[in-house]
Ligand binder design. Structure first.
Ligand SMILES: Cc1cc2nc3c(=O)[nH]c(=O)nc-3n(C[C@H](O)[C@H](O)[C@H](O)COP(=O)(O)O)c2cc1C
Length: 366
């Protein structure tokens, strides 16, 4: 289903080259004042066409509110408690880059399995419902949720941790400065170390020059989450809530929390996070747990990493099959594509996290 959430429920609709894409968010509290400039600046971080690392395709991406809010001046709207519905009309599509029928599926994209599943009936133009464009409504929903979370002093930020061989420094594990969170979550293609971004741009440029694409890792932090949130039974943990949201982002292939897969090399004495009292707050000196034990928040920063594969659509000739003629063939792609998904996926990871965390708070009645 393209719908998710027990308390805050998001439904995403649309196709890349269809009339519109959008989202319906049900369960939002009434009376929340949402700033338009804050929403639009989040959406601008994901929009294509703004940087040499991204596809030159430009999208106006103007969100239009359809229901569930009342305007407050020109710069804000107030939630009414009814489902908040938003649509973005598709303006800059080039369907001529795609034939009427799916003939030659792109290796690495959803074309072939979607063709089989939907008996050839799905809209494959621009990737259809599987397009990265469907993450624009996600960022809208996240921008609404994160403003509600900010009133509870909960912040979410992400950065490019790695692209190819180029690496950024990771988040501090135990205390993350509010100014760093604010800075990262307002920038396009954020890294903690500016030098790392130059090295990453170089990796992307080389891949692009070679008619290729490149993958990477995004690291995300959520600060201000009080201890004791989530973990409603075995299936109600924080990791279980975030996993379907983060894996719903097209091209995400891996997710780990805290020390993640590195725990395999640790001893218990190294991995356990020793507690201490900081005033009357229980904190830990390390944070290998990544802010979650038993699926319940510990009060330490929630930390996770998401791995993204290289963009499937590349300009190099590739081997594929002709589904109409039933023969092997080669594919020379036209169309405009991101040589690396990471820069534009950063705000999407933050948005998915904001939706999941707000949902958890409501489920936990916090
Ligand atoms: C922000 C964003 C932009 C993307 N842009 C492209 C693109 O330009 N070309 C492409 O082939 N895939 C792009 N993708 C990835 C595909 O949508 C994705 O690989 C495809 O739907 C198959 O899903 P899977 O990789 O999760 O299996 C993008 C993904 C995201 C999150």
């Amino acid at each position: 289903m393209s719908t998710w959430g027990d308390a805050i429920n998001v439904s995403i609709f649309g196709e890349s080259h269809g009339q519109a894409i959008g989202v319906v968010i049900a369960g939002l509290p009434a009376g929340e004042v949402i700033s338009w400039p804050a929403v639009l600046s989040q959406m601008a971080r994901r929009a294509p066409g703004q940087d040499p690392t991204a596809t030159p395709r430009r999208e106006a991406d103007t969100p239009q509110l359809l229901a569930g809010s009342i305007p407050q001046g020109d710069d804000a709207f107030v939630t009414t408690g009814a489902p908040l519905a938003m649509a973005i009309h598709n303006t800059n599509t080039r369907s001529q880059d795609y034939g009427e029928k799916m003939t030659v599926p792109r290796p690495g994209h959803a074309d072939y399995p979607a063709f089989v599943k939907h008996h050839g009936a799905s809209d494959h133009r621009g990737g259809g419902h599987f397009s990265g464009r469907l993450t624009a409504p996600v960022v809208f929903a996240g921008a609404v949720c994160r403003q509600i979370l900010a009133r509870k002093d909960i912040a979410i930020a992400a950065h490019a941790l790695q692209i190819g061989q180029a690496k950024d420094q990771p988040f501090p594990r135990c205390a993350i400065d509010a100014a760093l969170m604010q800075d990262l979550s307002s920038r396009y293609f954020a890294t903690i170390d500016p030098q790392a971004q130059n090295a990453m741009r170089q990796e992307i440029a080389v891949a692009h020059e070679q008619l290729d694409s490149i993958g990477g890792i995004i690291e995300c932090a959520c600060t201000g989450l009080p201890p004791g949130i989530a973990g409603e039974g075995i299936f109600g943990g924080i990791e279980s809530a975030l996993a379907p949201m983060i894996f719903a982002i097209p091209a995400c292939k891996g997710l780990d929390f805290g020390a993640g897969f590195d725990v395999a090399t640790l001893r218990g004495s190294q991995n356990n996070d020793a507690y201490f009292y900081d005033g009357d707050q229980v904190k830990s000196r390390t944070n290998h747990a990544g802010g979650s034990l038993g699926g319940i928040s510990t009060g330490m920063p929630l930390l996770f990493r998401a791995a993204f594969k290289p963009t499937p659509s590349i300009a190099r000739e590739q081997h594929s099959v002709d589904l109409q003629q039933h023969v092997d063939t080669t594919l020379n792609l036209r169309g405009r594509h991101d040589p690396c998904i990471i820069p534009r996926a950063i705000p999407v990871v933050e948005a998915m996290t904001a939706i999941a965390i707000l949902n958890l708070l409501h489920v936990s009645n916090a």
